[in-house]
Design a protein. Structure first.
Length: 223
């Protein structure tokens, strides 16, 4: 997931170039280097990263599906606007309704392989936590999105996957904070969720997720 710091910001050209282009633009949006509502020029971005327009367009289409980018007819792409206070409140209402249930279902249904992947994601987040930079914070947000998306996908309910996917709750919340935040608490909360799931304890997993969402809300309100 990491983006190399090459000369003049150009990306190397390995396999999976599309993933690196996606990560590079994702980080620029999450760190607010690309400001909310700002137009994103495909040609300018291709020049900045030293790639053709094709992987740029592919990355922007992917970001559009995640709600971070909007495409307007005859105008092109722009970064999505920030959430307002009412939208944040509604997002947390949705999370409290759905995600504790998701965690409980995962304790019953999630495969051992998927649980191992969740644990790996937590470890990657722990490695990023001590690095106080906007880019590290953007990577942390991306891992947080992966963590929660994996839970939703493993809960055995396609309607919940669609509902949470359309809202893109996690990445939008992370965009509200302009400076890197202390992430140790969030990591500990994730570990508690994984523990409840790995022990096949729905009540424990549900409670851990509810506590995580409530604490997350307080953190963002303070920020």
């Amino acid at each position: 997931m990491s983006v190399p710091s090459a000369v003049a910001g150009l990306l190397r050209r390995p396999a999976r170039l599309g993933d690196e282009v996606y990560s590079a633009i994702f980080e620029r949006i999450m760190s607010l280097e690309i400001e909310p509502g700002a137009r994103i020029s495909v040609d300018a971005m291709a020049r900045q990263l030293g790639v053709s327009q094709t992987p740029i367009r592919e990355a922007l289409a992917r970001l559009e599906s995640e709600g971070l980018v909007r495409k307007t007819h005859l105008v092109g792409y722009s970064a999505s606007p920030q959430l307002d206070a009412r939208q944040v409140d509604e997002l947390y209402q949705l999370r409290l309704l759905l995600e504790p249930f998701v965690a409980g279902q995962c304790a019953l249904l999630m495969s051992d392989i998927a649980i191992g992947q969740l644990s790996d994601t937590c470890e990657h987040m722990q490695a990023l936590a001590p690095v106080a930079s906007l880019n590290s914070y953007a990577k942390f947000a991306q891992l947080d999105m992966i963590f929660h998306d994996q839970l939703a996908a493993s809960a055995g309910n396609s309607l919940i996957v669609d509902a949470l996917g359309r809202m893109h709750t996690h990445v939008h919340l992370f965009r509200l904070v302009l400076t890197p935040q202390a992430t140790d608490a969030a990591i500990a909360e994730h570990v508690a969720i994984v523990a409840g799931i790995s022990n096949r304890d729905p009540a424990r997993a549900t409670a851990a997720m509810r506590a995580h969402i409530e604490h997350s809300r307080k953190r963002f309100e303070r920020a």
